[in-house]
Design a protein around this ligand. Sequence first.
Ligand code: AMP
Ligand code: ZN
Length: 130
Amino acid sequence: MENCLFCRIIRGEIPSRRVYEDKDSVAFLDINPANPGHTLVMPKKHAENIFDADDELLGRVIVAAKVISKKIKESLNADGINVIQNNGRHAGQIVNHIHFHIIPRFANDTVIISYPQIKMEDKDFEEIQK
Ligand code: AMP
Ligand code: ZN
């Protein structure tokens, strides 16, 4: 896509700190990381979100995300990893080129990934389950 920020990074028109690349996927460091090592993994071919990404391509990208997660965990000695993927503005998606955030987590880090939990009655669970 002509003006997509991540397509432009993938084409090399905008600099990035690339940490992984294969035939279908690319990963670079997030410019505003939650923690050191926060990485974005994505398909090279433009897709906006989880709804319009090709199934097989998405499968290969999530496998790349797994490989990268393991590498990050080992090389940074992380205690855990969050994998986050946002779809749509109201879900926190800012860049409309599908990407997975790989965020290394450490025992005493300052990252907050949190949401208030709501109470639901049995009948509401039954309705929503349908
Ligand atoms: P999201 O809110 O899921 O769309 O995440 C977009 C992410 O892209 C944010 O965490 C930004 O910090 C990151 N980002 C924006 N511009 C760049 C860039 N030029 N290079 C690397 N990461 C970027
Ligand atoms: Zn794009």
